[in-house]
Design a protein. Structure first.
Length: 550
């Protein structure tokens, strides 16, 4: 029979076993809980020689009175340790350690390289882990090295002591990224040179970002050696610190050997340290034989102009090779003089040295007084074996069309009596809308008269975009004592920008009053006339009888 004391002892023993089993599970001996440590880098993307900070945080931990270490490993060729700071919890201290991390250290089965150095670690001793399930371990500050090109910080569980925490055995990377390396490209200021004195092309190497301290040393393939040119381009070429460009040159060797053809000087950017090859990676300069005269052609754009819309056309003279030092003088027949256009084309025209084109223009003028068309033509002339030959096309034309409106004048009404309120409107009408600025129409206004007043003053302006303009003739309220009438006439005069139409004059007669119409006498039928005659005859006979009785 079991005593109550014995039963109490057995119960206490079972409690102790349960607590022990729980401890084994929590501490990792029986099975690890899901507990993690994470890190965040600020800034996430950085450049060489710049500071960065890693913030460490934990989650999933519970209260356990047991010592624990947490160590941070990183690539010492990329980062330099600066300082470490504890978070608000847990209690512990960061310490330095210069020991290298051997492959497979910590028993986590994760391969490591000796480029990762164990430098800082948090030792929490036998203090209790915080009661919160998540918290901040602290921060670790670094400075990127001059050779920084992107790396990561690895967080690992302690290599010493029992694995009492369920922190994942694999590394927890905190990523740092370096911006893409700047690109370097090359371009030539002149793509073609003549083999004459003073013909130089500059090759410019351009980096997409300013060079760091010490500059960019850019590897290049310089132009091949040639008797047709000299070059200052050599490999490597250096873009100075803080700068984005460096230059060298290709200089044509003057010669007078005809038919020696053309050669090409090419420079190419090669891959190197601290930069990437940009676009374009190469630049070429052609050194041309200028002992054969270039051909010169001409073209006009656009080939038509209108006085109504205005604008200019450009003649472009084009040489088949760059002009020599001093330029290339080209003679030509300029456009003939015309009232429909002006021109800047004057012979000769000079194509500047090292260029291949030169231009002049023809410009439509204010619309003329007639509808007409003129053709402005330039034709290349002259040339010689030592200067230039006439190319194709050798002539270019621009057709300039003058299209002006027709203007007419009319009056309504065409007669007025001298009385208050009697007004006639004179209307000037264009066959098409007036241009910008309006259309000014000169005319002879009505003469001064006592029979009327007028608002018609020359010139009259038809507003831009409209077709008509008006003025008035107003009859005097009373007819002058002289009697009669007066005629008010407006007559169009020639002027720029329009043509006088078939109705070039309009008149209004003032003071003429049409005669009153005659009153019609009613006609009588034959019967009515007969009865009237009898009545009259009766009156006459009655009168005679009366006189006879006296």
């Amino acid at each position: 029979m079991i005593s109550l004391r014995s039963l109490g002892s057995q119960i206490n023993a079972l409690k102790a076993l349960a607590i022990a089993a729980m401890a084994l599970s929590v501490f990792g001996f029986g099975g690890a809980q899901a507990q993690t440590v994470t890190g965040t880098a600020t800034p996430a993307s950085t450049t060489p020689s710049q500071p960065v900070t890693v913030s460490l945080a934990y989650s999933g931990f519970t209260v356990q009175n047991i010592g624990y270490q947490f160590r941070v490993y990183f690539d010492s060729t990329q980062l330099t340790f600066v300082s470490a700071t504890n978070g608000a919890a847990p209690v512990g201290a960061y310490q330095g350690d210069s020991g290298a991390l051997a492959d497979g250290a910590n028993g986590d089965g994760v391969a490591a390289t000796n480029s990762y150095v164990e430098l800082v670690w948090a030792d929490f001793g036998n203090s209790a882990w915080p009661t919160a399930a998540a918290g901040t371990l602290g921060t670790v500050s670094f400075t990127t090295t001059a050779a920084f090109a992107g790396t990561s910080v690895s967080l690992r569980e302690s290599a010493s002591g029992a694995r009492v925490r369920g922190v994942p055995g694999t590394a927890v990377p905190i990523g740092f990224t370096a911006p893409p390396a700047p690109t370097v490209s090359v371009a030539a200021s002149l793509a073609a040179l003549n083999d004459s004195a003073g013909n130089v092309s500059t090759l410019t190497f351009t980096a997409s970002a300013a060079a760091p301290a010490g500059g960019f040393s850019v590897a290049i393939t310089p132009p091949a050696a040639s008797g047709r040119y000299t070059t200052s381009c050599a490999s490597p070429i250096t873009i100075a610190a803080g700068q984005t460009q460096a230059t060298c040159s290709v200089t044509a060797t003057p010669n007078t050997v005809p038919g020696d053809g053309s050669v090409t000087a090419t420079t190419t950017v090669l891959a190197g340290t601290g930069y990437a090859v940009g676009s374009p990676p190469s630049a070429s300069v052609s050194i041309n034989d200028d002992d054969v005269a270039p051909s010169v052609s001409v073209a006009a754009t656009p080939p038509t102009l209108s006085n109504g819309t205005g604008g200019s056309s450009t003649y472009t003279f084009t040489a088949s090779a760059v002009a020599p030092v001093g330029g290339l003088s080209v003679t030509f027949t300029p456009p003939a003089a015309s009232a429909l256009y002006t021109t800047t084309c004057v012979s000769p025209i000079v194509i500047a040295a090292t260029t291949t084109t030169r231009t002049c223009t023809v410009t439509a003028v204010t619309p003329a007084t007639t509808n007409a068309t003129a053709t402005a033509t330039v034709t290349i002339t002259g040339g010689s074996a030592a200067t230039y030959s006439i190319g194709t096309p050798s002539a270019a034309s621009v057709v300039v069309t003058s299209a002006v409106p027709t203007v007419t004048v009319s009056a309504s009404p065409t007669s007025l009596a001298n009385a208050a309120g009697n007004v006639s409107t004179v209307t000037f009408t264009a066959s098409s809308a007036a241009p910008a600025g309006g259309l000014s129409v000169p005319f002879t206004p009505p003469a001064t008269s006592a029979f009327y007043t007028t608002t018609c003053v020359s010139p009259i302006v038809i507003a831009a975009g409209t077709l008509t303009a008006t003025c008035t003739i107003t009859a005097a309220p009373t007819k002058p004592t002289t009697g009669g009438s007066a005629v008010a006439t407006a007559t169009l005069l020639a002027g720029p920008g329009f043509i006088i139409g078939t109705q070039g004059s309009a008149s209004v007669q003032v003071g003429f009053v049409p005669p009153e119409p005659l009153v019609a006498v009613p006609t009588m039928s034959a019967v009515s006339l007969g009865l009237m005659s009898l009545l009259i005859f009766g009156f006459v006979a009655f009168g005679q009888r009366r006189r006879a009785n006296k």
